[in-house]
Design a protein around this ligand. Structure first.
Ligand code: G3H
Ligand code: 13P
Ligand code: ZN
Length: 330
């Protein structure tokens, strides 16, 4: 059994100074591509599902796809993680499905859009920690809100994590991993001009707290994928992401979990568009979902190498949730 608490994957990564990608999934091909990349590079892996993904797949389908990945890949430590949980109820649902890790994003209110205040964030995160740790399940929280420094959503540093507040938040909640805002944003249009990440904030946070740090909005939006999408009929002018060199810098400065959804979407879209444009006679879904899966495998394997995850799958003995329960009970 290779389903492990995410805490183990991140603590090991933190110890050795490498990053672990957390890849979003909605369907079978994405799950298979991630596991194929993990096998190819011998990497531990975090598979994550958003509330939208769980709803899209009617919960049970995605649960069983992730469990199939566990069953098929006993040599790969894998965490099943809820991305951007918005309430204790959404966390309870994920834990009932067998997830080994949950995020509670208390930086936003339950609508997932409105910025909350610090007291709300502490209260909801603390309630999730108390609940999840009884099951040995890892908890990720977030302080500061995403949205680029230059993306027009508010202005400048008001979105960025305040390091002193991050320290108080960790002490008040007892969570296992902390997502911080250093100027990234979700999606394919992250920066208007050049990349502008607040590495000074990351350094200050890292100096104050010891738990693993998480970077959301970490897709690189590679030019070759955007070019392929546009070449075969897509329309994504001006798409930009976080260059790999900057992600590697963030890992060196102490980020352990790197969230990637958009790049997976782009890989799939580029591959499918190419088949539709160049082989218009094809109509068997395997003829375009197969290439999509292969393209995604290549993109993810590349990230596993670049983040330094490759080769670490058999560094440690996997812990179970029951083992973790005992750790939390001490
Ligand atoms: O953080 C957001 C992820 O990219 C998930 O997106 O809610 O559209 O599934 P989604
Ligand atoms: P991207 O949109 O940059 O892939 O970020 C995904 C993410 O943060 C999921 O939680
Ligand atoms: Zn996110």
């Amino acid at each position: 059994m290779s389903l492990v608490p995410m805490k183990q994957i991140l603590d090991e990564a933190r110890k050795k100074g490498y990053g672990v990608g957390a890849f979003n999934v909605n369907n079978m091909e994405q799950v298979q591509a991630i596991m194929a990349a993990a096998q190819k590079t011998k990497s531990p892996v975090i598979i994550q599902a958003s509330r939208g993904a769980l709803k899209y797949s009617n919960f049970t389908y995605l649960k069983h796809l992730m469990l199939a990945a566990v069953e098929e890949n006993p040599n790969i430590p894998m965490a099943m993680h809820l991305d951007h949980g918005n309430s204790l109820d959404s966390v309870k649902k994920a834990i009932s499905l067998g997830f080994s890790s949950v995020m509670i994003d208390g930086s936003l209110l339950e609508d997932g859009k409105t910025a909350s205040d610090y007291d709300y964030n502490v209260k909801v995160t603390r309630s999730v920690v108390e609940y999840a740790h009884q099951y040995g399940v890892t908890v990720e929280g977030e302080i500061g809100t995403l949205g680029g420094i230059e993306d027009g959503v508010g202005s400048g540093s008001i979105h960025l994590t305040d390091p002193a507040e991050a320290k108080r938040f960790v002490d008040a909640t007892g969570l296992d991993a902390l997502a911080i805002a250093i100027g990234t944003s979700h999606g394919a249009y992250k920066f208007k001009g050049s990349t502008n990440l607040a590495f000074n904030v990351l350094k200050e946070v890292r100096a104050l707290i010891t738990i693993p740090l998480v970077l959301h909005g970490a897709s690189s939006v590679p030019k070759e994928l955007i070019d392929a999408v546009n070449q075969y009929g897509g329309k994504m002018p001006g798409a930009t992401g976080v260059p790999m060199k900057e992600l590697q810098e963030a890992i060196t400065l102490g980020v352990s979990k790197i969230n990637v959804d958009t790049d997976g979407r782009l890989a799939i879209t580029a591959a499918i568009r190419k088949v539709f444009a160049t082989e218009p006679e094809k109509f068997d879904p395997r003829d375009y979902l197969g290439p999509a899966r292969d393209t995604l495998t290549g993109i993810i394997a590349g990230k596993m190498n670049d983040f330094g995850t490759a080769g670490h799958a058999s560094d440690y003995q996997p812990l179970s949730l029951a083992d973790m329960k005992k750790v939390y009970a001490k």
